[in-house]
Design a protein around this ligand. Structure first.
Ligand SMILES: Nc1ncnc2c1ncn2[C@@H]1O[C@H](COP(=O)(O)OP(=O)(O)O)[C@@H](O)[C@H]1O
Ligand SMILES: [Mg+2]
Length: 396
């Protein structure tokens, strides 16, 4: 039970704020504008079923209604399909089945590349991550990295050379580098190198056959303000790869399209799936850091705050997120949380065993106990609900 009488009254009441429920101390509405924060990125923590996705769906609805901003959701559990349909969004299901019609090429070159050297260096970095995934459980070594560097540099140098020599109106038709092309380069030029041969072997499943969805030319998609990438049908190995590819292509989208002056809200559900892997973690850290100045507003949803604080890199992500929602945490230590910000025992009581849709909300230095519960006969509840028994009318 959350005892609230010991709280100092703090209000979150920004101009053009979205509604995040009501303040349990003052009973006023919480109207917060994440764009007003120094760093708009955010995290939502809570045990499964505590209402993380529900809270974020409420925010997404407001972004769509009250702004011109775009939303991209990474949806590993395929639970945003209904919302995408209802809100005229685009649901892209990345699947290994033959019916799949949508391909994302992480090596795709956008129309406008302001700094080629930096672009190539970033793609090399990304290629390490992909190869690390492909090699697992074996490790990526400095020898592999040297091989990958050569391949990436060669592919992009060739591409940009051809690009320069092509008439401008034909340039958009040029074939971009792909993972498949990288493997072919290794086959042609590096067969006497043992590390290269390992990469060639391990990359095969990702370039030929059912796991090749990231190894082809990019599909063009119609512009839509609300895009959801679902990949619940992908196997475990492919999921980590999919997360990486998604983050890479979303970062590019934000970066290279910022000129239109539109902010992009990026939601990564079940972000902890990425945290165990060094390169995925690095990719997220980079996205969190880089997109801020380019109109990106990232939100991660994860289960356990304490786990996130144990690792240096995840801790950096958390402490760089000025927006935070902490929902039910089971039982959490005050000491651990107080490393991050000042909290009282009463505030901790609001997140230990909290009901779904209640907890603590933080906007920069303000931390407020909130409730944002929606009645079960409300239309939004029906749309956002993930409780299987309730959905099938089984008395849940
Ligand atoms: N704000 C809320 N108001 C009412 N019920 C909620 C709220 N948030 C969550 N719930 C209930 O909890 C269930 C699980 O919520 P969900 O967001 O899917 O959890 P999580 O993403 O943390 O696993 C929902 O289906 C709903 O029944
Ligand atoms: Mg969820």
């Amino acid at each position: 039970m959350c005892r609230i009488r010991f709280f100092n009254v703090q209000e979150i009441d920004h101009e053009y704020g979205y509604c995040y429920g009501y303040n349990k101390v003052s009973k006023n509405l919480i109207l917060g504008n994440r764009k007003k924060l120094k760093n708009s990125n955010g995290m939502v923590f809570g045990v499964p079923g505590s209402g993380k996705s529900f809270q974020k769906k409420m925010e997404m609805g407001q972004v769509l209604c009250f702004s011109n901003d775009d939303i991209v959701v990474i949806d590993p559990m395929s639970e945003y399909k209904g919302i995408a349909e209802k809100w005229n969004g685009q649901y892209i299901n990345l699947s290994q089945s033959a019916e799949n019609v949508f391909y994302i090429n992480p090596f795709h070159v956008p129309e406008h590349v302001p700094d080629k050297d930096r672009f190539i260096a970033e793609k090399a970095e990304f290629a390490y991550a992909i190869c690390e995934q492909a090699l697992k459980p074996a490790d990526l070594t400095s020898r592999h990295i040297a091989v990958i560097d050569r391949a990436i540099r060669h592919m992009y140098d060739e591409y940009f050379k051809t690009y320069e020599g092509t008439k401008p109106r034909r340039r958009s038709k040029l074939a971009c580098p792909t993972i498949r092309l990288m493997r072919e380069y290794l086959q042609e030029h590096e067969m006497d190198n043992e590390s290269a041969r390992e990469l060639i072997d391990q990359l095969e499943v990702f370039t030929d056959g059912t796991l090749d969805i990231f190894a082809r030319e990019q599909s063009t998609s119609e512009e839509n303000r609300f895009t959801v990438y679902g990949f619940s049908e992908l196997g475990k190995r492919m999921r980590a790869m999919a997360m990486l590819v998604m983050i890479e292509s979303i970062t590019s989208k934000i970066k290279y399209n910022q000129s239109s002056g539109i902010a992009t809200w990026v939601y990564v559900d079940e972000i902890h799936e990425l945290w165990g892997d060094e390169y995925s973690l690095h990719a997220i850290e980079r996205m969190w850091r880089e997109v801020r100045k380019r109109g990106g507003i990232c939100t991660g949803m994860s289960q356990n705050l304490v786990d996130a604080l144990r690792n240096r890199a995840t801790k950096t992500i958390v402490s760089n997120s000025e927006f935070m929602m902490i929902l039910d945490q089971g039982v959490m230590d005050r000491e651990i949380l107080s490393e991050l910000f000042t909290v009282s025992n009463e505030q901790i009581n609001c997140v230990n065993g909290a009901e779904p849709g209640t907890g603590l909300i933080r906007f920069s230095d303000k931390i407020v106990p909130f409730s944002n519960k929606v009645a079960s006969d409300n239309g939004l509840y029906k749309l956002f609900n993930t409780n299987f028994h309730e959905m099938v009318g089984n008395g849940g």
